[in-house]
Design a protein around this ligand. Structure first.
Ligand code: ZN
Length: 329
């Protein structure tokens, strides 16, 4: 473990990690150290020192110091073991590959009128929301050469499922939502804008609840089925909306939803004809009750989901009224 750990830390030097996470330090003394504001607490006078040669930090403000693993433990509230797992994941080639793919697709969005048109058609028009969600577009045909130029092997592209066995872009003609966990892309969701099957994820975990880090502090959260439902609700100012991408919660998503006993969860699944969404909502609400949380089912007008509800002209206040009429079991 010891030698292995040293090698792991060398692959991602502490200073580089901090800079990737927006830390700025200025050189001090003979330039062998850098000093800046401590990322571990609020301060106005820089007291956080980094020594890139020793690969260590020390803060004179809070008295804490150590290596990158220690920094991860403190900044991400992880155990020693989880910090190492986190670091390994950060360094996994597929993690970087998904970041590069998501940024590539994001750049393509404004260049393809059919994609922008599709978003408008779904009622998504707020540039700030589109940007914040990192929404992109896969026009098809250009991803493979872009990624090979960045040095990724075809084997890795096939293995992650980004490129199909025929060499085609798996997300061709799809609007892309990157799914993040701890600020890292763990999967991509692609919504077809053509006749292909509507939903597609890469063959790997869908990760945690969508954008959970930005809303876990809310005591009231809204849980929806699809990412367009989420996008429309965010656009209307309901930033406490999250999504499990489907009606089935993974164990991680379930743990997240239940991590605060005071939380109230309003479930707004589709009012579809076969009642699948409503059945899933009823099953989930029972589980949430057993776990001690307050949960309610919001029933939108027949046949509607939050996306179509707003698209049909409903306002923020209309949605609030439906929320108020939500039923507890
Ligand atoms: Zn400090």
């Amino acid at each position: 473990m010891g030698e292995d750990l040293e090698r792991l830390k060398q692959r991602l030097p502490l200073l580089e990690y901090l800079q990737q996470h927006d830390w700025t330090g200025r050189p001090v003394g003979t330039g062998s150290e850098f000093v800046g504001l401590c990322p571990l607490h609020e301060e106005t006078h820089p007291s956080f020192y980094v020594n890139p040669h020793k690969n260590l930090f020390y803060c004179h403000g809070c008295g804490r110091g150590g290596d990158l693993i220690r920094f991860l433990e403190l900044s991400r509230h992880l155990s020693f073991r989880s910090s190492i797992a986190y670091l390994r994941e950060q360094l996994a080639p597929s993690a970087q590959l998904l970041e590069h793919t998501a940024s590539f697709y994001q750049l393509q969005l404004s260049r393809h009128p059919e994609a922008v048109h599709y978003l408008l058609q779904r009622g998504l028009r707020e540039p700030a929301v589109i940007e914040e969600l990192g929404i992109g577009y896969a026009p098809g045909g250009t991803l493979r050469s872009h990624l090979s130029d960045l040095g990724y092997s075809l084997d890795l592209l096939l293995e992650t499922g980004l490129i199909g066995s025929q060499g085609q872009d798996a997300f061709c003609r799809r609007v892309i939502f990157p799914c993040r966990q701890n600020h890292r892309v763990v999967n991509l969701y692609g919504r077809s804008i053509g006749t292909a099957f509507p939903h597609r994820l890469l063959p790997r975990s869908k990760g945690g609840l969508f954008a959970w880090e930005s809303l876990r502090h809310y005591s009231h959260v809204i849980l929806v089925e699809g990412l367009f439902d989420l996008a429309l609700l965010w656009q209307e100012g309901f930033r406490n909306t999250t999504c499990a991408i489907g009606t089935h919660l993974t164990p991680l998503q379930w743990d997240q939803l239940c991590d605060s006993p005071d939380r109230r969860v309003d479930i707004v699944f589709d009012q579809d004809e076969n009642q699948a969404g409503q059945q899933a909502a009823r099953a989930l609400i029972k589980r949430l009750y057993r776990a001690g949380l307050t949960a309610r089912i919001v029933r939108l007008p027949d046949g509607q989901d939050p996306n179509s509800f707003f698209l049909a002209g409903a306002s923020r206040d209309d949605f609030i009224r439906w929320l108020e009429e939500a039923e507890s079991p």
